[in-house]
Ligand binder design. Structure first.
Ligand SMILES: [Zn+2]
Length: 82
């Protein structure tokens, strides 16, 4: 697999970082922290490897079925429009 080391948007060299990945599934929002990703320091674009994406889907699926317990509950706020 070819490793992405340059941002496809702005051509900046990417930095390895641990990110917080969120995914909405039905009514629930799943949050996975400590996800390894290549992040563009210029525009913030995030690149995940296919292995990482597969693993994330696995974690979220297990969480959905209750096989994996969340490490903590995070409060979710709605952005106020008024
Ligand atoms: Zn960029």
């Amino acid at each position: 697999m070819k490793k992405i080391d340059q941002c496809s948007v702005c051509k900046t060299k990417l930095k390895e970082e641990k990110i917080i990945y969120t995914q909405k599934l039905g009514k629930e929002v799943y949050v996975v922290s400590g996800v390894p990703a290549a992040v563009c320091p210029q525009c913030g674009e995030q690149y995940l490897s296919t292995d990482t994406v597969d693993r994330l889907q696995e974690v979220i699926e297990q969480g959905e079925k209750g096989k994996r317990k969340p490490i903590k509950q995070a409060p979710i706020f709605h952005y106020p429009l008024a």
